[in-house]
Design a protein around this ligand. Sequence first.
Ligand SMILES: Nc1ncnc2c1ncn2[C@@H]1O[C@H](COP(=O)(O)OP(=O)(O)OP(=O)(O)O)[C@@H](O)[C@H]1O
Length: 501
Amino acid sequence: MADWTEKYRPTTLSEVRGNDKARDALRKWAETWDDHREAAIVHGSPGVGKTSAAHALASDMGWPVMELNASDSRTADDIKRFAGRASQNQTLGGTGGRQLLVVDEADNFHGNSDYGGSREVTRIVKEANQPMVLIANEFYDMSNSLRNACREIEFRDVSRRSIVPVLRDICRQEGIEYEDDALDKIARETSGDLRSAVNDLQALAERNERLTVDDVVMGERDRTEGIFDFLDDVIKNKSAEEALYASYDVDETPDDLLNWVEDNVPKDYRGDELADAYGFLANADRWLGRVRATQDYSFWRYATDNVAAGVAASRRHDHGGWTRYGPPSYWSKLGRSKATRNRRDAIARKIAEKGGFSMGTARREVMPFLAEMTHHCKPRELTVRMTMVYDLDAAEVSFVTGSGEDTNKVQGIVEEAQERRDDAVVENAGGAFAQFESDEEGSTADDEPATEGEAAADDDGDDGQTTLGGAADDPGEPSPADTDSETDETDDGQSGLDDWL
Ligand SMILES: Nc1ncnc2c1ncn2[C@@H]1O[C@H](COP(=O)(O)OP(=O)(O)OP(=O)(O)O)[C@@H](O)[C@H]1O
């Protein structure tokens, strides 16, 4: 299915919702540009429509857009070239020579090495003979002189009242039935970020024929009441068998159950019981891998056996009192739709291969770190390196960082990573010794653990059957998931990060 944030991107300013004041200011700025010739800084949180507004404005005005992307490196020279190109283009076309220069991520010029870049932007902003919009998340990350040279236009977080009608329109156009409360809840959950709201709506619509308020989970506590009772049952109160029965009443997929239990069990279990519990969770993960590989959902129950009965059976001590259980940290990204899961797993596979640990470890222990550390592609350098090391494409970078796949930011990062990878290949072609040297320097994770992974895959089928009650049938030929599911939960999930930190 097409990405709805693209499909429903505003094409004219009047479709930009929830920021009427900023929108009007932008329009006025453009219409009077000949008089003031100032550049504009459009700033605000991610996903509130800044980029869309700039492009919609250009289209309303009939101005072609010329963009300085995050992908263009941003030294003083690059910016001069950009400005030069822009003034050349001025003589082309029949648009009265006007075009809109859009500089994305204008708050990112401020880093040390780019300082020249920042100064150059300021100079160009002052001298530009074309309307120019600088887009930024953080107004105050920009230099004083740059800020002073521009007109400030602030985009605020989009209110719930403005988000709901956007979601409603989309539902109508897509022919999706919905409860009003469900849309309201999505709007509340995504607090001001319209892009996230649209993304969440799409994920939910892929999974449900009719959107009800109960479908909207997104880490909110009230709907998951049942899960907290279930955690108490498994971790504290119930026998293995009772815990298994309790699991039948919880309205969560086995993938989600696994994540909940895995994140919360270490709050109570210690030592051997924790190790045993992890063993069962590792088994569960293998069964879920088989489900994904074979689409045979009958394996689900073996996963649930392990998660519920297995973890309850591992308990050796009383765990009284009250524990603050919480949703898995990576919750909002986990298993929301099949497409999301597939993407998540594709990334986990790359990380697992590179770092030499299991898919499960990659997914649960490495990816959350990456997501945290490169949130909204910041810091950019780290994001580029991650992209390079794990060979991620734009969709994958977008998944990990939470930035839009088609944004210049993400596209630029992917391009830069590709360039650097190409350069690295050329450097490495320098001779056999170059390779040795770089190995010695510590990128050791590559080869040896892969063999471990294969070895583990061999006896994987057997391990998987240590479900309670021996209910498991051998699922047959090793599926692709088997190679993934070497699950040494003691892996230090972070070791794979060494390469790019
Ligand atoms: N104000 C809005 N009105 C209508 N749609 C919006 C609005 N804001 C965001 N969207 C939706 O979210 C998508 C992403 O918005 P956009 O890229 O313009 O946000 P942004 O503020 O530039 O975010 P970022 O800083 O992360 O690039 C749009 O394609 C559109 O589907």
